[in-house]
Design a protein around this ligand. Sequence first.
Ligand SMILES: [Cu+2]
Length: 104
Amino acid sequence: MGTWMWVQGSAPHSVRSAVLNQINQPSCTASGLFDSGIKSSGTFSYTFTTPGRYGFHCGVAGHCENFEYGYIDVRGTPSPTVTRTWTGNGPFTTKTQRHKEAIR
Ligand SMILES: [Cu+2]
């Protein structure tokens, strides 16, 4: 459904899936779904295949407690709607375009 890529900065950090708490926010407890390991460079990718909310945090000691966490809401695959209306005598005199982008 979608691949997320985290890009590492210079300091050692990690990205690790997190258990969601009672109010659907990421906690500092690992959920075991993914774990980049501690990295100082490079990237880490994970592909989400099931809709839902996925929490993550940094696994370096003390970092999650210092607000290094977040979450990703994975939605189902919507059907994109593209509507184009062309009016006027020639091409491109008037154009309206509505383009609904979907998160996949
Ligand atoms: Cu960190």
